[in-house]
Design a protein around this ligand. Structure first.
Ligand code: X90
Length: 276
């Protein structure tokens, strides 16, 4: 049996027609823990974290959680959030080694997305496409990292509070935002870490800057996936603008899951695109 397994930072709940599962990260304060699975209520979770003034943190899936998801499969593809910001990739690799030790006939390929959310989605969709075209494990694993390297990720955030509090971005970078109406536009570096690109006053300016970044990287109309944190208005505006600029493109937008919602924060948006 073939399984495609991603951590919950991919924001997908289901992927019909293929053996797809997600393994949750968790989000905690000293008094409460949220498991980022299908049952999570994003709105309630965000309300809780905004009303909580103590420390909050996140944790990657345990090796055992990955092993439980692998169970029953003899061909596994794992897609994780960037190893530059999370221990998730590492725990998946430990699980892969253990699984192969106990199931010597099984094949497991772990892909470090060097990205999150929509970047993971593009990789998952590519694996599905290759499997549906009848590609073998060896064929898929030999091309998937090359595909990953052609992806780019951008994000527009209203606040970097949770990223800074958890040491994922420097306090100096974070202090530039949080001021009324300022949005920070950032990108994933080649190493899968956060790189600030520009500060934008208002969402109109943010959209314009996204379009000019897309032009700068030589975007030619590849696939685009977006996740938003309760900001349907912004995601719709971005979809409209990108179609206007680049013509007919395959572009889809979804609501974020818990992990990206917590870090991108309310109003935030994350955009992944193919860029060859
Ligand atoms: O292991 C853990 O506890 C998870 C830590 C994840 C930390 C960062 C998540 C970022 C999500 C923010 C904007 C996108 C930045 C992506 C750059 C590669 C969303």
């Amino acid at each position: 049996m073939v399984k495609i397994i991603a951590d919950s930072a991919c924001d997908l709940k289901d992927y019909p027609g293929i053996g797809f599962e997600t393994v949750p990260l968790t989000l905690s304060t000293e008094e409460r823990t949220y498991v980022d699975d299908k049952s999570l209520n994003l709105h309630e979770m965000l309300d809780y974290f905004y009303s909580h003034h103590g420390k909050s943190s996140t944790a990657c899936p345990s090796t055992q959680a990955w092993l439980d998801a692998f169970e029953g499969a003899d061909e596994v593809y794992v897609v994780t959030i960037t190893s530059g910001l999370s221990g998730t990739y590492n725990s998946a690799c430990v699980a892969r080694d253990q699984y192969i030790e106990n199931h010597p006939e099984a094949k497991v390929c772990v892909v470090d997305s060097l990205s999150t959310g929509p970047g993971e989605v593009l990789i998952i969709e590519k694996i599905v496409e290759l499997k549906n075209a009848g590609k073998t494990f060896e064929e898929v694993s030999s091309v998937i990292n090359g595909y990953r390297d052609k992806l780019r990720l951008f994000f527009g955030l209203r606040s970097l509070h949770n990223l800074a509090q958890n040491g994922r971005v420097s306090k100096i970078v974070a202090s530039a935002v949080g001021i009324m109406n300022i949005r920070i536009l950032g990108t994933a570096s080649k190493e899968g870490t956060i790189e600030p690109v520009a500060k934008c006053r208002g969402e109109k300016k943010l959209i314009e800057t996204i379009v000019s970044e897309f032009k700068k990287i030589g975007f030619k109309g590849g696939k685009i996936r977006i996740c938003h944190v309760e900001n349907e208005v912004l995601s719709t505006a971005i979809v409209t603008k990108l179609k206007e600029e680049f013509g007919k493109i395959d572009i889809k937008s979804i609501l974020s899951g818990g992990l990206c919602g917590f870090y991108a924060e309310r109003g935030g948006i994350i955009i992944g695109c193919e860029c060859s």
